[in-house]
Design a protein around this ligand. Sequence first.
Ligand code: 13P
Length: 248
Amino acid sequence: MLAGNWKMHKTIAEGKQFINEFLPLVTNETTKDIVLCPTFTSLHVLSNELKGTNVELGAQNVFWEEKGAYTGEISPVMLKDVGCNWVIIGHSERRTVLAENDLTINRKLKAALDTELIPIFCVGETLQERENNRALEVVKEQLTNGLKDLDIKQNGIVIAYEPVWAIGTGINASCTDAQEMIGYIREYLGKIFNEDFAKTIRILYGGSVKPENIAEFMNKEDIDGALVGGASLTPDTFADIVRFDKNV
Ligand code: 13P
């Protein structure tokens, strides 16, 4: 699975232009889930552009209530209505810049699952936490609290391990470090859910993924895909990531 998180980039016209250039480059990539997550304002138009193609639509955030007096929020039902199958939840930028915490993330995950939106649930440690040897502990806590009391069906959720220090910095985690953490996440999910679930759940790596390093990540045993920020903003570059060659 290759997902592009556009963050707060691109107007509608820019999004349309991206899609016109990107789609022809990835038409043969039918065995992969390819997901684009633009801003809310582009969802409707881009949903129409992506209909009948092999590229799906995701949102970057969601609120946990279905409707009501929640100024500025967007509900899971609204995301389904506009054509989203996916939603990023718990991104580190939302945790740090927008004060999200494990409790609100857990509510969002529950609401998304109830609406059959597939969450891309992000976890990851900061540089300080890694340097203090707390990376495992932090990720474990994010998983425990985020997934608390959730009824998750097979293929109903995707986890993205995004070490905060690797996001937008150009410094990706080493493939070995990413594999180690993702292997650990899989093992831990086996403990809190069950072994079968842990074997089949998809776990992505995110943080400075680019065409030059995608194959190395994808060759690792436990890494099932990537959540890509900056490199998903350019059609050629993201297409090169989607079409990665395992033999490189
Ligand atoms: P970059 O690929 O720009 O490092 O961003 C990663 C990310 O945050 C994806 O959600």
